[in-house]
Structure formats: C-alpha cells, structure tokens
Design a protein around this ligand. Structure first.
Ligand SMILES: [Zn+2]
Length: 222
C-alpha cells in the first residue's frame, strides 16, 4: 500500500516535470506570480538602517580622530543639494552681531513658507529649543550638520532620513524672533561656521569648491 503511494507520487512528479520541460508552464500561463527579486522595501529598509548607523557614528567625531574635515562640493549633483528657503533675502548675516556673534544667517520670505533640507540627511533634532523656537538639526553624510530654527511648524521627526529638497518645516517666529524668518546654521563637530561657505545667498547657488574645516573652528576653501 505504502509502496503504491510512493510510486504514484513519483509518476506525478515525472508528469509534472515533463509538462514543464515542454513549456506548458511558461511564465505567462503559470498560475502563481513568480517573484523575480526581493521586495524593494527590504532593501530600502536595510539601506536606511546602514545610513542611519553611519550617520549616528559620525556624531562622535566628524573629524575621524584628525584635526581636519575636507568636504568636496565640486562634484555634487544638482539633485543632491537645495537652498533652504527659495527666493529669500538675508536680513541678518552670520557673525559680528552682539557680544558672541550671530551663529547663523537670517533669511526671510514670508510666514509659513517651505523650508527645504539642503542635503540628504538624518534628523537628529526636531523640537522647541530655547531661543531657537521650533528647531531642526540634520546630520549629513559629508560630515556637516545644518540647523533650521524659529519654524512655525516642524514636519519631520528625529530618526527620519530626509532627501535634499524635502520640505522639513515652515517659517515662523517661534523662540527669540521679531519677524518670521529662517535662522540657518552650518555646523561641524558642534561648532558653527559661516553658511556662506556653502551657499551664495545672492544667487542661491551651492559654492562648488572644496572646504577644509579645522577642529578649532576655522575653514579654508580652494
Ligand atoms: Zn539668526
């Protein structure tokens, strides 16, 4: 009885294999969908986790144990950067204001205007933060960090990966601000640098040069 069962099974397998080899089960008539590749969400998720890991590690030391960080903006593609507030005017430049100087640049358009992420990055802060009001900090793979503050509304959360040009917040006057504007900072290793190192505020273009940031707070371009 058992032997008969095994024999019957073998015959069935043989018939099925024959049918396949004759092309009766071609991909177009096969009754079940044939998976051609892994679901893309798995790959994207893994990629995102790897990116987040490396961006988190960077927090420890963007200088990687040395005293310099070299950022090459000369080869960056147009889709990989974005001016943070299109059409904005500078209402207060970086540095030289008050006793300790202005830690960023103030740029203005109108209330509730779209604020864009300047590079792809990881959201490391998105919350009210003292005089900054609603504040967002992004960490970028090139070792730089950018900060966006006085926002009327933050649209991203800590731990999110954002793309260059993604709307991350709306302009406001939360915190210590007398008008709706964006206070934008460029930081490396916790120190602020002149945002003019990366942007020409007149043309709203990225400065396509190589910047060498030094741990002491200096920067050199070439
Ligand atoms: Zn400011």
């Amino acid at each position: 009885m058992r032997l008969k069962g095994i024999l019957l099974f073998c015959v069935c397998v043989y018939i099925a294999l024959e049918a396949c080899s004759q092309g009766n089960f071609s991909t177009s008539t096969y009754p079940f969908p044939i998976p051609v590749e892994a679901p893309p969400t798995v790959t994207m998720q893994k990629l995102a986790e790897e990116q987040i890991d490396s961006l988190k590690r960077m927090k420890m030391d963007p200088f990687h144990g040395g005293k310099k960080l070299v950022v090459d903006l000369s080869e960056i593609s147009d889709s990989a950067w974005c001016y943070p507030l299109s059409g904005a005017k500078v209402i207060s430049p970086y540095g030289g204001r008050g006793r300790r100087g202005h830690s960023g640049v103030d740029i203005k358009t109108k209330a509730n205007d779209k604020i864009y992420a300047v590079f792809d990055g990881l959201v490391t802060m998105s919350q009210p933060f003292a005089g900054y009001g609603n504040c967002i900090v992004l960490r970028h793979a090139n070792g730089m960090e950018t900060l966006y503050s006085h926002n009327s509304k933050n649209l991203v959360r800590v731990g999110e990966l954002v793309k260059a040009g993604q709307v991350i917040a709306l302009t406001g006057r939360t915190g210590r601000a007398t008008t709706e504007h964006l206070h934008f900072e460029l930081r490396v290793g916790g120190k602020h640098y002149n945002p003019q190192l990366i942007f020409d505020h007149q043309t709203k273009q990225l400065k396509r040069h190589v910047i060498t940031f030094t741990k002491g707070g200096g920067a050199k371009v070439e």
